[in-house]
Design a protein around this ligand. Structure first.
Ligand code: 6PG
Length: 476
């Protein structure tokens, strides 16, 4: 029998769809799942008639593969990845390639890469974005790790990945060790930020303007046809127009307002704090998910903590237009923060990221795909050492004229008592970044006052301490 060119271990929906996708591109696939019935159901169901062979032990799986073996793990991020690696290793030979296609934390990928490399295996940590549909029809794939392994996987991944409008495949080598999962983590951080910005726009226009979901859905459809054209805006329009089958109400009316999270957004913020990156939008999005989870407390608090009624008395169209422009600028600022973080990570971890290449493979297949990613590519083409997208003229010319819309949107929302934390955070980032002199001089003075932590001066080199007025022991 023809040997399989790649194995997929873990037949959750993502694993199944990736196996189908790869087989549909002409590569024979071997599959394995811990629960045997799942393998049989898959083989006799969606995989029937395709070049997919089911295996029921790791020994059988190893025999079904051509060498060097290529094994794609699609198991839940965390200890399950280590467990599967440990179980499968005895059946592998040096030179075989293990690929972790889950949402693993990049430091885990660093650790696994080190161990597996020392044992003679080749390891690739590959971020895969695009959800179930993407996995089946073409995800964006962010592989990092062993470069030779990437070369050996390239044909399969290029065939399986999404294609951008220019026909380019949305997969490329991101860098050594944990680089692929790092890029996927930041992708998700930006995903969190954009989702929260959209949620705030929905809240202000729905609750503040009293605009029904279906009408708002039409507005999002219009926005998606213009500068805001992107997957997240497109699906928001669909969601707003969807009715609940049971009650006939807009589906959003019946969905509990508690946002869950599996950790990637939080990791992005945590890592940004570690590296000293200002990721205001992502941090605000993570905090917004956390406070959304405090449902019971919020319900109790809403009975006693009164604020303004969310009633808007101004020009409706002006607020709708401002929301659109604010969202556009907010999204750009979210990308700017994510890319700046990757710039710092590139140095810190020696990932040697090629930002243009990252923007290139985010153009299709992934959750944050958007027309503007082409512009991000162009910006890095003009200057591949760009620290911040805002320093590129094109992006400056998008954000600067829209700051008025952001300010109007935010102040209007604040006046109505509607939380717009992420939008305020992105504007706060913009305002801080463009401010040559921030009040951190006072912070430094306070630190020196209570802890003699010293400060630097504008007019002289060195480290200074002041005997502060009130800090002197009193004379009487
Ligand atoms: C993607 C998504 C995907 C997943 C997120 C959801 O790129 O396809 O990001 O990876 O939907 O992990 O994350 P949360 O559960 O944290 O929202």
């Amino acid at each position: 029998m023809e040997k399989a060119q790649i194995a997929v271990v873990g037949l959750g929906v993502m694993g199944q769809n990736l196996a189908l996708n790869i087989a549909n591109k002409g590569f024979p696939v071997a599959v394995y799942n811990r629960t045997e019935t799942k393998t049989t159901e898959f083989i006799e169901g969606p995989a029937k008639g395709k070049k997919i062979v089911g295996t029921y032990s790791y020994g059988e799986l190893a025999k079904a593969l051509e060498k060097p073996r290529r094994i794609l793990l699609m198991v839940k991020a965390g200890p399950a990845v280590d467990a599967v690696i440990d179980q499968i290793k005895p059946y592998l030979e040096p030179g075989d390639i293990l690929i972790d296609g889950g949402n693993s934390f990049f430091e885990d990928t660093e650790r696994r890469n080190k161990t597996l490399t020392a044992e003679g295996f080749m390891f690739v940590g590959a971020g895969v974005s695009g959800g179930e549909e993407g996995a089946l029809h073409g995800p964006s794939i962010m592989p990092g790790g062993n470069r030779r392994a990437w070369e050996a996987l390239k044909d399969i991944f290029v065939a399986a990945a999404a294609k951008a409008e220019d026909g380019e495949s949305c997969v490329d080598y991101m860098g050594p060790r944990g680089a692929g999962h790092y890029v996927k983590m930041v992708h998700n951080g930006i995903e969190y930020a954009i989702m929260q910005l959209i949620a705030e726009v929905y809240d202000v226009l729905h609750r503040g303007l009293g605009m029904p979901e279906a009408e708002l859905g039409e507005i999002f459809t219009q926005w998606n046809a213009g500068s805001l054209s992107s997957y997240l805006v497109e699906i928001t329009a669909d969601i707003l127009k969807t009715k609940d089958e049971q009650t006939g109400k807009p589906i959003l009316e019946v969905i509990l307002d508690e946002a869950k999270q599996k950790g990637t957004g939080k990791w992005t913020s945590q890592n940004a704090y570690d590296l000293g990156a200002a990721t205001h939008a992502i941090n605000a999005a993570v905090s917004s998910r956390i406070i959304s989870g405090m449902k019971e407390q919020r319900v109790e608090a809403s009975k006693v903590l009164k604020g303004p009624e969310p009633v808007f008395r101004g020009d409706r169209q002006q607020l709708i237009d401002a929301a659109k422009e604010a969202l556009y600028a907010g999204v750009i600022l979210s990308y700017a923060q994510g890319f700046s973080l990757m710039g710092l990570a590139s140095q810190e971890y020696d990932y040697k990221f090629d930002m243009k290449r990252i923007a290139k493979i985010w153009r299709a297949g992934c959750i944050i795909r958007a027309d503007r990613l082409d512009d991000i590519m162009d910006a890095y083409d003009r200057n591949n050492a760009l620290d911040n997208l805002l320093m590129d003229r094109h992006f400056r010319e998008i954000v600067m004229p829209r700051q008025g819309a952001m300010r109007y949107f935010i102040t209007t929302a604040i006046g109505m008592g509607i939380p717009v934390y992420a939008m305020s955070a992105v504007l706060g980032y913009f305002d801080a970044f463009r401010t040559a002199r921030l009040p951190a001089n006072l912070t430094q003075a306070q630190r020196d006052y209570f802890g003699a932590h010293t400060y630097r001066r504008l007019d002289r080199e060195g480290s200074f301490h002041t005997e502060w007025l009130g800090s002197q022991p009193s004379e009487d």
